[in-house]
Design a protein around this ligand. Structure first.
Ligand SMILES: [Fe+2]
Length: 402
């Protein structure tokens, strides 16, 4: 039985169903791997007497590091739990986090497995790219309309540029449309408006500066007024009526899988990044400057928010944060830092912000890249960075392959 701690006030049964759903979905992916074809249940492994190699698929309920760098992990499946000892040199040891689903092969001892390999669900390498896409898309995020740090000049430059580029048909917006009201202590000193409705009226003025023949595809972030847990529902009409009135804007949930011209784009704000980056040894020091490192690991784990308790999860029957469908593009915001990469054929895109560096970011030592975004040619998947923090607008002609 899973040993997690539920959030206060929310029935344990709701999370039990989510964990069961997570295990089933990810175990199904892992069973397809050759090393795990013979994976046995933990209760059966505990009964094995002979010295034969074993394979198991389970959720990590605990990770601890020994003085010599080896790791002890507790792995659970619906039949029980077992301790796994992982050698310091083993591939993947620096990426292990609680509540993710992994495969382990190794030698059994008494109530322990000495790991010989760790297998993540991962994505297969692929060079497939849809053939019929023709347009270009721009990826922006973290507008933070209403914040005193919102940079209107950057927005004006962006809208001028995008209106001049007819082949840009889609603008993906990765959350934090407005700064929100009452999101953190003292925020009233850092925003222009008293209500979130006024912030959306201001946002409407901003979005109206973009030609109405561009499609705006929008998800919420942690500053927007929707549920505080993931998955986040689309911003409710009652707050953003003026945005719902715009025929070229589609307000979706966070995360969302969107298909345009055959290209599948996974949009996720990235709220889990804070807890995730802090918990993963291999990226802790670098991923705020290069958020695609975190995206890559989430793809390997096939989960958008693996660590339970670092982030609020919406209770329910199903774990909707499992990355079941492999996207062509995985797009995130939240960190306010532009980045591009390619992991096994999946284009990773992280957008900068329209909000200048905040005091909070300064305190944490984060160096975001306001005014920097990504343009992608959907016919090839090649992309380039757009820099609106400079006086000159970006050259509209060249795209760098990724
Ligand atoms: Fe943000």
């Amino acid at each position: 039985m899973w040993k997690f701690l539920p959030s206060p006030g929310i029935g344990k049964q709701n999370y039990l169903r989510i964990f069961t759903s997570r295990y089933r979905k990810l175990a199904r992916m892992l069973w397809g791997r050759p090393q795990l074809k013979s994976a046995a249940s933990i209760s059966n492994i505990k009964r094995i007497k002979e010295k034969q190699d074993v394979a198991v698929i389970g959720i990590i309920s605990n990770v601890s590091t020994l003085k010599d760098g080896r790791k002890i992990i507790e792995v659970e499946d619906p039949t029980g739990s077992i301790t796994v000892l992982v050698q310091k040199v083993m591939r993947g040891i620096d990426e292990l986090v609680p509540d993710e689903v992994i495969g382990v092969t190794g030698r059994p001892g008494r109530d322990i497995i000495f790991a010989e390999s760790i297998i993540f669900p991962d994505v297969p390498s692929s060079n497939d790219w849809p053939e019929n896409a023709k347009s270009k898309a721009v990826f922006i995020a973290d507008i933070h309309a209403g914040s005193k740090k919102f940079n209107e000049d950057t927005w004006t430059d962006f809208t001028k540029w995008v209106n001049q580029n007819n082949d840009v048909k889609y603008i993906f917006i990765g959350g934090d449309l407005v700064d929100g009201v009452g999101i953190y202590k003292g925020q009233d000193q850092e925003i222009h408006f008293e209500t979130v409705e006024e912030e959306f009226q201001y946002l409407r003025k901003l979005l109206n500066m973009i030609n109405s023949n561009k499609r705006l595809i929008v998800i919420p972030g942690n500053h927007d007024p929707t549920n505080d847990s993931e998955p986040r529902q689309p911003i409710p009409r009652e707050f953003a009526k003026v945005i719902y009135q715009m025929p070229n804007v589609q307000l979706l949930s966070d995360p969302s899988w969107v298909n345009v011209e055959g290209v599948c784009i996974l949009m996720y704000h990235g709220t889990s990044f804070d807890g995730f980056i802090a918990s993963v040894d291999s990226i802790r020091a670098t991923a705020y400057d290069s958020p695609t490192q975190a995206q890559k690991l989430l793809l390997r784990k096939r989960h958008l928010s693996p660590i339970f308790g670092r982030n609020r999860i919406l209770p329910g029957d199903e774990d909707h944060l499992v990355i079941q469908q492999i996207p062509h593009v995985f797009f995130t915001g939240h960190v306010h830092t532009v980045d591009m990469s390619n992991y096994r054929g999946v284009r990773l895109v992280s957008a900068g912000s329209f909000q200048e560096r905040t005091d909070f970011q300064k305190k944490l030592g984060h160096n975001p890249t306001p005014g920097k975004f990504v343009e992608m040619d959907l016919s090839t998947g090649s992309s380039r960075m757009l820099d609106f923090s400079q006086d000159e607008l970006p050259d509209p002609t060249t795209l760098t392959p990724t």
